[in-house]
Design a protein around this ligand. Structure first.
Ligand code: ATP
Length: 312
């Protein structure tokens, strides 16, 4: 499909709007290596998609515009730094066309919460524009653009569960043998991912940081679908750094365990905290207890695995 003419406007056969639904993620293992000379860290990152979703709708427009609705919409940039806009621009460039599209984001994924909400919107916008513009990109081509957009973006496209290596962007799909239930405690304000990595570097300076590797016990727990085994295997090497920058997270983690969660951890770079629970009923009671504890802004229940970006 490399011969599309550089003209704007939809062809008569093109759809008038395409909506894509895309999940948030939780890292059930985030193993971080020492800082490389280029400043990035090698990771062994086990992603699990969870049932909190954003929706991105692409419609033809005179020029690229982005709008957003949802409780956190005010914190989402609407300019060309929005990952959805960047995805549209990159896809258009590859096909020698103008990104003449309006992208509307219905945002339900917490913003700057370590749940890859921006990455999700990037993957969703890419898939939506590809369909709107009738480009018919292959999965490989889309994954390639995702990796250029950011390390968490390829996983948002594929969903399910996957092991990410390199900077986290090289993915291997993982088997999941059952549903897992979660509660996510959303904090006030965000934590900047680069700031959390900076704090990780500060905390680990002068120590021997082991090579990151996926935990066999964790992969086995995912395969068997056993929540108690998964609870025992959850790890996040960024957690000390996130807690160091936001000491109040300790009280949230403790409140979830006191309320009956099997395990608690910081989600990715935080400040959202994730609680693995036994079943949906336990999720509801832990969420209620967390909300009542006053240690977080709100608590959300979700299950996993969830499918990746999907045209509605
Ligand atoms: P990750 O887990 O991938 O590190 P995150 O979940 O912590 O990311 P995001 O919600 O992706 O954080 O937002 C991080 C920052 O990215 C926001 O503060 C915002 O400035 C910017 N951003 C760019 N595009 C988007 C988008 N579509 N939605 C939300 N934030 C976006």
């Amino acid at each position: 499909s490399g011969t599309s003419p550089a003209v704007s406007g939809a062809s008569p056969a093109a759809p008038s709007a395409v909506t894509v639904r895309v999940p948030a993620k939780v890292n059930v293992q985030l193993a971080v290596g020492a800082a490389r000379p280029d400043g990035f860290h090698d990771l062994a990152n086990v992603f699990l998609a969870v049932s909190l979703f954003d929706e991105v709708t692409a419609r033809p427009a005179a020029a690229l515009t982005v709008t957003c609705e949802g409780p956190d919409a005010a914190r989402v940039p609407l300019d060309a730094t929005n990952l959805a806009a960047r995805a549209a621009i990159l896809l258009a460039e590859r096909h020698g066309r103008t990104p003449d599209v309006h992208l509307h984001i219905v945002k339900d994924i917490p913003v700057a919460g370590g749940m890859a909400g921006g990455s999700a919107d990037g993957a969703a916008a890419l898939l939506a524009c590809d369909a709107l513009w009738g480009l018919g990109s292959t999965r490989e081509e889309l994954l390639d653009i995702c990796a250029e957009l950011g390390s968490d973006v390829p996983f948002s496209l594929v969903g399910g569960a996957a092991l990410g290596t390199g900077r986290g962007e090289r993915l291997t799909a993982l088997d999941v043998g059952g549903d897992f239930h979660w509660v996510f405690a959303v904090a006030d304000g965000g934590l900047s991912t680069p700031a959390v990595y900076g704090e990780f570097d500060r905390l680990t300076a002068g120590t021997e940081v082991p090579e990151p590797a996926a935990s066999p016990a964790l992969l086995a727990a995912l395969r068997t679908g056993d929540p108690a085994a998964l609870a025992a295997a959850l790890t996040n090497d960024l957690q000390p750094a996130a807690v160091s920058l936001r000491p109040s997270l300790t009280a949230v983690l403790d409140a979830g365990i006191a309320a009956g969660a099997l395990a608690a951890l910081v989600s990715g770079s935080g400040p959202t905290t994730a609680f693995l629970v036994e079943d949906a009923a336990s999720a509801a009671s832990v969420a209620a207890a967390l909300t009542a504890s006053g240690t977080c802004r709100t608590a959300r229940t979700a299950s996993s695995p969830a499918p990746g970006a999907t045209v509605q």
